[in-house]
Design a binder for this molecule. Structure first.
Ligand SMILES: *Cc1c(COP(=O)(O)O)cnc(C)c1O
Length: 341
């Protein structure tokens, strides 16, 4: 059956590059949301924990529970909590989320610094802090997400300035209202790589830890990142087919010459995007031509090999499907077997 191989050396290599850049292993938080960007949350969590990572970020409580035993701090970006594990920190995007939280919950407050998507607006910080104090909730962290990390231009710096002001404001309120200064963080992969002398207590790196960066400008050290995941498919069967034979739905592929053609056990139902014949030619990582159309559970290729490597770098598929590596990776079905190598 199809399989995703996870290269532990590459993952370690990427974390080394990031921690060297930020000048500390302690400040490195990794993002494991969405099944660790499709890599497999339990497998990647194991590698991150072995590396010494203490803080991670997941999508929801279900993901947090799978890795609860491995980290000191697990921030849950969305949803609510049914249990109150000491290492789970719920993200608060709006004040009404505080209403049903039990006393002593540890939360992280998300502030809107210009993406205008999620989080508390800066002008409401004081009233939200008052509510947190009243409800005896523990403010463990305050964070923002800069939506301009990939882009050339001044928006990125402008948003960071807003966050610096917010930090000062929160530190002031901490003294005035008598709560402990929370941890502060604001940088994702691209934001981390474009920043020098990071003042935050933590970075939140997702994509770069998996071996990719999608900035519009060149960052030399990013070239050393190595993709962690390779997707393998196994042969279902082989046919010898005459020139002119049609293959697959609607016979989109018509053979130019007599050929051996095999089908392999991954389709769009497994999260590999569907080749319908309108994309440019796609060759697997080991050089075999994929023959559209792909089906829900299989695709055909000009190969007789028992196992082929569909991709070992999601950038190529992202280009073909006019999207970003994030989408190619997160789409991979959690039913595919993951193996750490
Ligand atoms: C997904 C996410 C990140 C990680 O972003 P990358 O670009 O993958 O590094 C960081 N912070 C938050 C809040 C996120 O949702």
């Amino acid at each position: 059956m199809s399989e995703i191989l996870l290269c532990s050396q590459s993952y370690k290599n990427n974390l080394d590059i990031i921690s060297t850049h930020i000048g500390s292993k302690e400040k490195l938080g990794v993002v494991l949301k969405d099944n660790a960007y499709g890599h497999g949350i339990e497998e990647i969590a194991k590698l991150a924990s072995t590396y010494g990572i203490k803080s991670v970020f997941v999508k929801n409580e279900l993901e947090a529970k799978k890795i609860a035993h491995l980290f000191e701090h697990i921030t849950i970006l969305y949803g609510s909590l049914s249990s109150n594990a000491k290492n789970f920190h719920l993200t608060i995007h709006t004040d009404t989320q505080l209403d049903n939280l039990p006393q002593n919950s540890l939360i992280e407050l998300k502030i809107n610094i210009g993406m205008n998507r999620n989080g508390i607006n800066p002008e409401n910080i004081e009233s939200v802090l008052q509510k947190i104090m009243q409800k005896k909730i523990h403010l463990f962290g305050v964070f923002a997400h800069n939506g301009y990390g990939d882009d050339i231009g001044e928006d990125f710096e402008n948003c960071q300035k807003i966050f610096e002001e917010i930090k000062e404001k929160i530190k002031y309120f901490a003294q005035k209202m008598g709560f402990q200064t929370p941890r502060f963080h604001s940088l994702n992969s691209s934001g981390t790589f474009r920043s020098q002398n990071i003042q935050d207590d933590l970075v939140r790196v997702g994509l770069a830890s998996y071996g990719y960066l999608t900035t519009d400008f060149k960052i030399p050290i990013a070239k050393k990142l190595k993709p962690v995941a390779s997707l393998y498919a196994d042969k279902i069967c082989t046919h010898f087919l005459k020139k002119g034979t049609k293959i697959g739905y609607s016979g989109v592929t018509q053979l130019q010459e007599d050929s051996f053609v095999s089908t392999y056990d991954i389709g769009y139902g497994d999260g590999l995007f569907r080749f319908n014949g309108n994309q440019e030619a796609f060759f697997t990582a080991d050089g075999y031509l994929l023959l559209p159309r792909s089906s829900m559970d299989c695709f055909s290729a000009l190969s007789t090999k028992d196992r082929i490597c569909v991709f070992n770098d999601a950038t190529i598929l992202a280009k073909i499907f006019n999207t970003i590596p994030y989408e190619i990776l997160t789409n991979l079905s959690s039913f595919i077997k993951r193996t750490i190598v």
